[in-house]
Design a protein around this ligand. Structure first.
Ligand code: CA
Length: 219
């Protein structure tokens, strides 16, 4: 998962970013509303976490700008403890969920995973492709019922393929969802990651579609 995290609190922002990276997410952290509006409109994210009180441009206006630009990524809004009107204006602007500060970052991660799973059209928490399964709430992959050890990059690639099983995912699309905004992306590195994944899960599960990208197969 690649997450856009918009939070201007100097402690909370980096703390959430660290927790999300520990859960193998790619995270772009921004503290300014104008930057957030721009990134959300131009970059590809699986979901956004959006604080409402921001310098530059408030969070509700940021969200309205994303939706007006046709961006349909799931958005989880962060609100203050007694922020009933914040919740209402967040939902009116197109939010999908909210969390009240202070919160457990574990809960934030769970909610984001559920939002991303739902946005990909899955109601079931357990996704399968042949011998491979993904427990979406925990992010755990198993192969033939045994836990699969994956690096963060491998996990990101495989979860993108799993969420859209049977569909060809374009190389550029995959690269965008796997790397953070300031990372050096090299499309050869995607080949390397897919090669390592094939060694771990079996070569037949990930098909290469020449000139386009990759597709996960299996009932
Ligand atoms: Ca704030």
């Amino acid at each position: 998962m690649r997450i856009l995290l918009v939070e201007d609190d100097r402690d909370l922002g980096p703390r959430i970013a660290r927790a999300l990276r520990d859960e193998r997410c790619a995270v772009d952290l921004v503290a300014d509303g104008v930057d957030a509006a721009h990134l959300g409109e131009t970059e590809a994210y699986d979901a956004a976490v959006l604080d409402l009180g921001l310098p530059g441009m408030d969070g509700v206006s940021v969200l309205r700008a994303w939706r007006a630009a046709g961006r349909d990524l799931p958005v989880l809004v962060l609100t203050a403890r007694d922020g009933w009107s914040d919740k209402v204006s967040g939902f009116k602007a197109g939010a999908d969920d909210y969390l009240v500060k202070p919160f457990r970052v574990e809960e934030l991660v769970m909610r984001l995973r559920a939002l991303v799973r739902r946005a990909a059209g899955h109601a079931q928490p357990l996704l399968r492709a042949g011998p491979l399964s993904l427990d979406a709430p925990t992010g755990t992959f198993e192969l033939d019922g045994l836990p699969l050890k994956l690096t963060a990059l491998e996990w990101r690639v495989l979860s993108q393929l799993m969420l859209r099983k049977g569909v060809v995912i374009e190389r550029l699309d995959l690269l965008e969802k796997v790397y953070e905004g300031d990372a050096d992306t090299d499309s050869n590195s995607l080949e390397v990651i897919v090669g390592r994944l094939r060694k771990k899960i079996g070569a037949a599960l990930i098909e290469t579609v020449r000139g386009r990208g990759y597709r996960l197969v299996g009932e």
